[in-house]
Write a new protein. Structure first.
Length: 475
């Protein structure tokens, strides 16, 4: 019997169903339709670009195994992204080829060769004739300059990156050190420079590596007794991009080897690009001689994006995903997630996922729920120390007074409030709260919480204390 798209896919599904949770199977595999089988390529239709990305990220391995079982080693998988027009009556954004037989649908075919998508850097040291080895750049093509939106917060870093990409090794920005907080685009910008250089100078050897992986490779090379090969490998690179360089702190051996590599590259006019979550002056446990080299070139900071940039980033993401979202929701997101672009993107993805699975429109209520989740998870937990400090300040006493054994009414109240908020805002047990607030036992803390509850419903002045303090603690 000859194979059809459907029969092949059904066999794949049977295999996949046996190997993943039934929830995951329902969510991610049931909605897929097999569309056609040509040669050894199976085309499957998925409901959205988000869906496709999710499959790629989480299930590409099992898909590969299943499909190879069915079609042999040359199997290929083609995704057809079907975008239904569910967001208002505007046409969804599409990048391509409407599928011929269904004119009311937009689709997008993505050809995915079933090979390892992000090949590990092959242990370069065991390959003889190292100079002829083609080095995989490890760059993510989606992290490019075009998708890296410009704003006040990143202007310097972005233009320095562009300058370096135009003339790698030929500007005074060597090394270029990009620093800034979590989720502000360091990794993206690092890749973008590499991608642009690869584009303009295909013959140049570009390598992106995280400091973490660099460290692992180094340790491995020491174990295997080929430290020199390791150094040699890195010295033949034209453009070296090392991400999260702060992770070298405290690792003397790795710093030492990096120092040698850096010097060699720099002396030979090769470009080095570094990222870090701290400015050089704030890096700790990094050798002075290395730190001073970090400062040779340019240090450019990525700051928190301003409101307009946040809006632009949201809209760009929506546009690329082919999703429409009402303006007020875009504004709501931009107003509520300010300090981390990754969180901003995460919230958008959740919103799209929720609305497309539940076939619901994206509403401000849904947005609020999702933002709450995001912001709550990532907000640092207030500590009991901090609570005691805020409460003492509020009542103009010091923390020692608040913790003291005195039975003076206003001090007792302050202490009880501190216990109440510790219970409310931290995950600490009653016993642990008691021991941190003046060595009391858990019964005392429980009593304090009840007292605060009672008083705030009977005493107006007291309720004001609770409200004021609540605000201060959640700011
Ligand atoms: P970091 O390495 O600083 O923690 P990333 O480079 O991983 O941050 O960025 C987090 C996310 O935010 C990525 O998905 C990235 O594409 C996105 N991002 C950051 N800056 C921008 C920007 N200026 N324009 C568009 N997307 C951005
Ligand atoms: Mg990063």
């Amino acid at each position: 019997m000859s194979k059809t798209a459907e029969s092949v896919w059904n066999n794949c599904l049977a295999f996949i169903e046996d190997n993943i949770s039934s929830q995951a199977y329902k969510t991610w595999f049931e909605p897929i339709k097999a569309v056609k089988l040509t040669d050894n390529a199976l085309s499957i239709q998925v409901p959205s670009k988000f869906f496709y990305e999710w499959l790629e990220e989480h299930y590409v391995k099992i898909l590969k195994v299943a499909l190879t079982k069915e079609l042999g080693a040359t199997a290929k998988l083609v995704y057809i992204i079907r975008m239904e027009n569910t967001y208002g009556n505007k046409q969804p954004f599409t990048e391509k080829i409407p599928s011929a037989n269904r004119s009311n649908l937009q689709s997008q075919e993505v050809d995915v060769p079933l090979k390892n998508k992000s090949p590990e850097l092959k242990n370069p040291f065991v390959i003889p004739g190292i100079r002829n080895v083609k080095i995989e750049s490890q760059l993510n093509p989606n992290y490019n300059f075009e998708s890296f939106l410009e704003g006040e917060s990143n202007r310097l870093a972005r233009s320095a990156g562009l300058a370096v990409a135009n003339k790698p090794g030929g500007t005074s920005f060597n090394p270029l050190l990009i620093f800034g907080g979590v989720g502000l685009g360091k990794t993206h910008l690092g890749h973008a420079i590499g991608v642009d250089i690869k584009d303009k100078y295909p013959e140049k050897t570009v390598l992106y590596i995280s400091a973490e992986k660099f460290t692992q490779q180094y340790i491995e090379s020491v174990k295997k007794n080929n430290r020199n090969d390791f150094i040699h490998f890195y010295q033949i690179i034209d453009v070296l991009i090392v991400d999260d360089i702060q992770l070298l702190s405290g690792k003397a051996g790795t710093q030492d080897v990096f120092f040698h590599i850096f010097n060699h590259l720099h002396q030979n006019g090769k470009q080095v690009i570094l990222t870090s979550d701290k400015a050089p002056v704030d890096m700790i446990d990094i050798e002075q001689r290395l730190l001073s080299r970090f400062k040779w070139g340019l240090s450019a900071e990525l700051n928190h994006p301003d409101y307009d940039t946040r809006v632009a980033i949201i809209k760009n993401k929506l546009y690329r995903d082919g999703v429409e979202m009402p303006e007020d929701i875009v504004e709501f997101l931009a107003n509520n997630i300010k300090t981390n672009i990754r969180e901003l993107e995460g919230a958008i993805i959740s919103l799209i996922a929720h609305s497309s699975f539940n076939k619901k429109e994206i509403t401000i209520d849904l947005a609020r729920k999702i933002v709450d989740n995001y912001v709550k998870h990532t907000k640092r937990e207030v500590s009991i120390d901090y609570i005691q400090k805020v409460v003492s300040d509020y009542f103009q006493m010091d923390v020692d007074t608040l913790q003291s054994k005195t039975r003076k009414r206003h001090i007792v109240q302050a202490r009880q409030l501190a216990m109440f908020f510790a219970k409310k805002f931290t995950k600490a047990s009653l016993a642990s709260i008691g021991s941190q607030i003046g060595q009391r036992d858990h019964a005392t803390v429980l009593h304090a919480c009840k007292t605060v509850d009672n008083l705030s419903s009977t005493d107006k002045q007291f309720r004001k204390y609770v409200e004021d303090l609540s605000k201060k603690l959640t700011l």
